[in-house]
Write a protein that binds this ligand. Structure first.
Ligand code: C2E
Ligand code: MG
Ligand code: MG
Ligand code: MG
Length: 281
């Protein structure tokens, strides 16, 4: 019997499912360590105004300087952080780092003559759905001496739908603190624009999956143009993400898209690279 059981156990651990689970546990452990060892870093990708060319802001994109595997992008670890609730302390670290950076840039005079230059922070569902999220933001602002006007929060459509009872009040609180609220990756979820009109929002970010198919793809053209025109009609600012070519920029701008983010403007950069980039403008 012992032998049979031993074999069963062995087979269990041999399965790829078990391997994945094990890799997740290792990653979870490393993530927690990484947080205490300061291995996380924010990269910044510029966003510019179509009409003036001024910097409207920069999106903060999380990176992990893993001691063995080098610089990791969020796609390599965020899903594990979310599953194990590590996303809460990690997400709060991102907020604090963004607030501290926004303040430092103002102290250094980096933002002078460069438009609003807000730092946009991506939120995870877990963070936003947590009771008292707006209070957390308020505390972070107070601790870091940053103004709400210096920050923007990016939410996904999913987060707004899943939390339909709390979302409107939380969004209103955040905007009262001066923050800009935007919907990220718009067009990929299930929200209708009609639904969005009931929420206090400032901005829509067009998903790069549509932008990348411009200017030639007729389907992407129809969808993107409709989203831009309706959003503008509703008084929302529209940012296109993943803009790689002048042709994409021109087409989007002709429909009324006001802000651009993507390789054409600038790739995500470390804080010091970004600061050099801004000074050179
Ligand atoms: P996102 O919020 O949609 O961010 C845009 C992603 O597209 C970034 O990838 C950015 O580097 C990439 N991108 C933008 N323009 C271009 C372009 O022109 N060409 C190419 N090739 N890529 C472009 P990244 O940094 O790998 O982030 C992936 C996703 O991870 C983000 O998608 C966001 O959902 C999530 N994420 C990033 N930072 C955080 C964070 O601090 N917290 C949370 N919860 N999620 C984050
Ligand atoms: Mg984003
Ligand atoms: Mg996006
Ligand atoms: Mg995305």
């Amino acid at each position: 019997r012992a032998k049979a059981k031993g074999r069963a156990t062995y087979q269990f651990f041999e399965s790829s499912l078990a391997e994945t689970a094990y890799a997740d546990i290792v990653l979870e452990d490393e993530l927690a360590q990484g947080l205490t060892r300061n291995e996380f870093e924010l990269f910044f990708q510029p966003q510019v105004e179509a009409t003036t060319g001024q910097l409207s802001g920069a999106e903060a994109l999380l990176r992990w300087r893993h001691p063995k595997r080098g610089l990791l992008s969020p796609d390599a670890f965020i899903f594990v952080a979310e599953r194990h609730r590590l996303m809460l302390p990690l997400g709060e670290w991102v907020l604090r780092e963004a607030a501290a950076t926004a303040r430092r840039w103002r102290e250094q005079g980096l933002t002078q003559g460069h438009g609003a230059m807000r730092i946009a922070v991506n939120l995870s569902r877990m963070q936003f759905n947590l009771e008292g999220f707006a209070d957390t933001v308020k505390r972070v602002l107070a601790d870091s001496g940053a103004k709400g006007q210096w920050l923007e929060l990016e939410l996904t459509e999913r987060m707004l739908i899943d939390d339909i009872t709390h979302a409107p009040a939380t969004l209103a609180q955040l905007r009262q603190l001066g923050l800009t609220v935007s919907v990220d990756d718009f067009g990929t979820g299930y929200t209708s624009l009609a639904h969005l009109t009931e929420l206090p929002l400032d901005k829509l970010k067009i998903d790069q999956g549509f932008v990348v198919r411009l200017p030639d793809d007729v389907g992407a053209q129809a969808i993107t143009r409709a989203i831009v025109q309706m959003a503008v009609g509703l008084g929302l600012t529209v940012t296109a993400e993943g803009v790689r070519t002048v042709a994409q920029w021109q087409l989007l701008a002709s429909w009324g898209c006001q802000q651009f983010q993507g390789e054409l403007v600038g790739v995500p950069m470390s804080a010091s690279e970004f600061e050099t980039w801004v000074r050179a403008r």
